[in-house]
Design a protein around this ligand. Sequence first.
Ligand SMILES: Cc1cc2nc3c(=O)[nH]c(=O)nc-3n(C[C@H](O)[C@H](O)[C@H](O)COP(=O)(O)OP(=O)(O)OC[C@H]3O[C@@H](n4cnc5c(N)ncnc54)[C@H](O)[C@@H]3O)c2cc1C
Length: 392
Amino acid sequence: MGSSPLHIAVIGSGIGGLTAAIALQAKGFQVDVYDQASELSAIGAGIALGGNGVRVLDELGLGPAVRAAASNLPRIQFHHWQSGDIFYEHPMGDWYDERFGGPFLGIHRGDMHQVLLDAFDGEPQLGRRAAAVHESPDGAEVEFADGSKVQADVVIGADGLRSVIRHHVTGPDEPVFSAMSCFRGLVPAQKVPGADTMGLTFMLGPGRHLVIYPVRGGELINFVAYVPDPEWTLESWSSKSEPAEAVAAFDGWNDTVVSMLSNVEEVGRWALYDREPLRKWSTERVTLLGDAAHPMLPHAGQGSNQAIEDVAALAHYLSADGLATAEALQKYEQLRKARTRQIQMGSRGNAACFQLPDGPPADERNARLVSLADNVAWIHGYNVYADLQEEK
Ligand SMILES: Cc1cc2nc3c(=O)[nH]c(=O)nc-3n(C[C@H](O)[C@H](O)[C@H](O)COP(=O)(O)OP(=O)(O)OC[C@H]3O[C@@H](n4cnc5c(N)ncnc54)[C@H](O)[C@@H]3O)c2cc1C
């Protein structure tokens, strides 16, 4: 870097944008974050962080705060939808940490955002909806919907599934609707049977499934309940649903599911989209990160983890000696494209596998779970810093 640090404008203050801002500040850049939201509100859902993401958070010095706010999930269990019987179980906790080089954590999204906001030196500028980007050889200008403009040396589009910055980089493309939606909510642990020993819990049944795990040190149980739904097309934290609809969608399921859904006070409903993988993530001065670059269905639990991995690579190349900005952005996308594409495609495939009807194909799937840890090692055990080291 020269004497005057690059000015970087990050569009979006989600997990990807804020983590990027923290990492880039640590490298000495001048960073501003802009978000269209008019206020930062606590988001009522959980997120699972794998060893691959936590490794990066550790490197950024965020590990202790994240661990303190989260639940370290002690085990993984797969249950039959109707009987509730466990058909596969494996320890996580210390075992997972040693195998994959970091813990598997369940964290409330609001808690995760707070950790990131505390670590960012500054405040995201709210009510700033990016509408367009204009580039020149010397820099880029972001134009906001309110008519204001900012100049920056580099613009990072961390503006999620419906990214405006993506449109600038690659031209138009549309989100792909999965014809599936999910109910999401948080329930006090004392209202969920077996919550005190609960880890990462899958309930698998014909055409639907749930993923359940504790957050906030076990105080709350987070659930995501997936259902087929070609009609529900809203994806917004504000699209509320009636708890009774979730209960009805899981009629006949085991007691844990029914009693958990019956005790939730507020349920969000979220249509699930991804996009086709991109060939190109960057121009000379503008790049993409997180869901803006590679939105994926949640069935591998990796969207945020991949955004966090992106951050490590982008901060590394932008601060590498002797790399011009455009070259740094090219190296960043070259490192990240194949891996994120593979996880995007894998996430699409997982839902069908989770939702098999009872019978021989489901029995075969269940039998294959003994190899689960080996099968996901390339995702959870991945060390982005090792790849960056090899690149030098
Ligand atoms: C049901 C479900 C469960 C999931 N579970 C997991 C999980 O367990 N683990 C995991 O790793 N991932 C999970 N994910 C994926 C994860 O939520 C996303 O991948 C992640 O939040 C993406 O972060 P991001 O910062 O890239 O984008 P976002 O979180 O979408 O943030 C984008 C930000 O940009 C802002 N913005 C948008 N447009 C503009 C604009 N034009 N101008 C200014 N600001 C703008 C938005 O207001 C927002 O704050 C899950 C997703 C779903 C739907």
